[in-house]
Design a protein around this ligand. Structure first.
Ligand SMILES: [Zn+2]
Length: 103
């Protein structure tokens, strides 16, 4: 009989999207836990607008077109440029304002 790895963990280790290092799952002990990475679920969005049933008001919302998972290790998480990048990915509408501010 051939032994097979049934694979309860990820086939490939997750890696930080900023520095590329492999990250591990949160480890729990009896008294504490250690977080090694943070995950951000985001992606490109499209602004949609719908007329409310009363025919007078519109609601506007951001529709997620495709989901992207951004992995950030704890080392990168504290860096200002990484925080800024994560914020911009989550709130794409800020990108234009940031460009103006950089001039
Ligand atoms: Zn990193």
């Amino acid at each position: 009989m051939v032994a097979r790895d049934v694979g309860t963990s990820h086939p490939q280790p997750l890696r930080c999207d900023h520095c590329g290092r492999a990250v591990r799952e949160t480890q729990h002990t009896r008294t504490t836990y250690t977080v090694d990475y943070y995950s951000l679920h985001t992606g490109p969005v499209e602004t949609c607008s719908l007329m409310v049933d009363d025919g007078e008001r519109r609601v506007t919302f951001q529709k997620l077109l495709s989901a992207v998972e951004v992995i950030t290790c704890v080392d990168c998480y504290g860096k200002a440029d990484v925080q800024r990048d994560r914020e911009l990915r989550f709130r794409v509408e800020l990108t234009g304002e940031e460009r103006t501010a950089d001039q």
